[in-house]
Design a protein around this ligand. Structure first.
Ligand SMILES: O=C(O)CCC(=O)C(=O)O
Ligand SMILES: [Fe+2]
Length: 267
């Protein structure tokens, strides 16, 4: 589902400024995660040219307003019901590609990252923070793929390396894809099984989008042992350990989610 100019431009400009302030360390990072592009990092890029993502902004006073946007939540409620958690937050910046094509995002299903179900009660809102086209790396989707199953994900074998956590599915490169050109403020809502990704940014400008995954408050956490999600669980647990948190995959997701409407589930 795509909604035209759902979010107003001045709010998106505020988010952009927040991102720039974070890149330049003008505001403390706190519990935010700032991620560096692997090839731009090797080339010595800094600031907006280096960071491709800020995650975990549910406690950031500026960016969290996106997750609580009343119009977005009215659409989200159709999928989740009245008690809504923001579970995964990202502002994705695509700096001009260094020529190594690391600004691509491989085709994937977001459910790969989530140890809770049911999938039909999870939905992503993704808003273009500027005009986004095939040239600067728009979203690409495989229409109808949300009716499929969760597939095996691994790091793609790209010549110049792959950014952290960019796992992808294999065998879909020849499938017909749909490119989602969007103007600033346009928002897409999509299912966590939908196969999607994004192309490289071949322009000299930046491409930014802000997104939040939501779920109903009463999700069931699942044991992913013996499933295709073991590899991402292991990777996430290693990262949290390095940060001194020692959270398991399930607790990691509980820790970073926040109620945005209705009531928290009591368990
Ligand atoms: O904004 C993009 O390029 C796609 C991001 C995405 O699908 C993700 O991080 O899961
Ligand atoms: Fe995704």
């Amino acid at each position: 589902m795509k909604k035209m100019q759902l979010i107003d431009e001045s709010f998106l400009d505020k988010c952009k400024q927040r991102f720039l302030d974070l890149c330049e360390k003008k505001v403390p990072w706190g519990s935010l995660t700032m991620m560096k592009d692997i090839s731009l990092s090797k080339k010595g890029a800094v600031g907006e040219h280096l960071y491709y993502k800020v995650q975990d902004f549910v406690y950031d006073s500026v960016l969290f307003e996106y997750c609580r946007h009343p119009t977005i939540l009215d659409y989200i409620e159709c999928f989740t019901g009245p008690d809504i958690m923001a579970i995964h937050t990202m502002l994705i910046n695509k700096p001009p590609d260094s020529g190594s094509l690391t600004s691509r995002h491989p085709l994937h299903q977001d459910l790969h990252y989530f140890p809770f179900r049911p999938a039909n009660r999870i939905v992503c809102a993704w808003t273009a923070m500027e005009d986004i086209t095939p040239e600067n790396g728009c979203l690409v989707v495989l229409p109808g793929s949300h009716k499929g199953k969760l597939l095996q994900h691994d790091y793609p074998e790209w010549e110049n390396g792959v950014n952290k956590m960019y796992h992808g599915v294999r065998g879909f490169d020849d499938h017909p894809i749909m490119e989602l050109s969007m103007t600033k403020g346009d928002t897409v809502f999509f299912h966590p099984i939908l196969i999607h990704g994004s192309g490289p940014n071949r322009t000299q400008g930046f491409r930014k989008a802000i997104s939040c995954h939501y779920s109903c408050a009463e999700m069931e956490f699942i044991d992913i042992q013996g499933t295709s999600q073991e590899n991402i669980a292991k990777e996430i647990e290693e990262v949290t350990k390095r940060r001194g948190l020692e959270l398991n995959f399930q607790d990691f997701w509980k820790f970073r989610s926040r109620l945005v409407r209705g009531q928290q589930a009591v368990k």
